[in-house]
Design a protein. Structure first.
Length: 297
């Protein structure tokens, strides 16, 4: 059994970059992928989405990737513009000459000052090929997914133990209901005989056909044999799904609805305080189990 709740983080570095993965998920009706990836890495999102869809079948999944460039990697290439440099130096010479003529003292410009003049330096950003980075990231992704799957499997193992305990409780309550039904039958028979004797004593003539119909209707309304049989069958089916390594969350969720339907019918047919209490206990356990099933993939 696999849980839809999971988390994994991973760091890596290659191709002049370092990165951090953050992958987490919670329960969901289907698979909802929310990716926050650098859009300047060509083809990365399509490839990552495909890998996630292979590895995960259900859950609200959020994946964040932060990439930083190592210091000095991919620095811009600087090139001197000879014409602009000559024009700048000539302009500086003219400025200095004019200053001397006017008796103004100027600070001597440094080479760094000259480089900051507009047009002297052409800074052309080198076009970066992101293919090596994308390959490195995709090569690191399986490790992240493996850690993520390990946590979801650990959570799933704990879920399976909880669900198995709850199924044991439902099976025990179903057995209690069966015993109480048998005990109730004797009490119902005694009560029916008393009521029938009272009716016969007060009525000169009784329509035997109508009486038989009423007795049959009463028996149907209070018979819970089918409900108890279906509860036992649902327990067996749920145990099989819990033990099945394939994703079984949807099937278990459907079974929870069937469990609750039988428990509600049992309560409505109880005609016994003890059987009603058992039915209410069943509903409590089933509701608790349904909450746990919501996290099963």
């Amino acid at each position: 059994m696999i849980s839809m709740t999971g988390f994994a983080a991973r760091r890596g570095a290659a191709a002049g970059y370092s990165w951090t993965w953050d992958l987490r998920s919670v329960n969901g009706k289907g698979l909802d992928l929310r990716l926050r990836l650098p859009d300047w890495i060509d083809g990365l999102e399509v490839a990552v989405r495909a890998e996630l869809q292979k590895a995960i079948s259900r859950g609200n999944v959020s994946l964040t990737l932060k990439v930083t460039q190592d210091e000095g990697a991919g620095a811009a290439a600087f090139q001197l513009n000879e014409n602009a440099l000559n024009a700048a130096l000539l302009a500086l010479a003219r400025v200095e000459a004019a200053a001397v003529d006017m008796g103004v003292s100027l600070r001597k410009p440094t080479a760094a000052d000259v480089l900051t003049l507009r047009g002297v330096v052409d800074a052309t950003a080198q076009e970066t090929d992101t293919t090596p980075l994308r390959q490195a990231l995709l090569g690191d992704l399986p490790g992240l997914l493996q850690d993520f799957a390990a946590m979801r499997q650990a959570e799933g193992k704990a879920l399976a133990a909880v669900l198995s305990g709850q199924l044991d409780r439902i099976a025990s309550l179903t057995a209690d209901a069966q015993r109480e039904t048998e005990a109730r039958a004797e009490a119902q028979a005694d009560q029916l005989r008393e009521n029938l004797a009272r009716v016969l004593a007060a009525t000169a003539a009784v329509d035997e056909t109508r009486l038989a119909q009423e007795l049959a209707l009463l028996a149907v309304k209070t018979d819970v044999t089918e409900e108890l049989d279906r509860l036992a069958a649902h327990v067996s089916a749920a145990r099989a799904h819990v033990a099945d390594p394939a994703p079984s969350g949807r099937k278990l969720d459907f079974l929870m609805q069937e469990f609750m339907r039988e428990a509600n019918t049992l309560c409505s047919k109880a005609q016994s305080l003890a059987l009603t209490r058992i039915g209410l206990d069943l509903k409590t356990v089933i509701d608790q189990m349904r909450e746990q099933v919501q996290n099963v993939e």
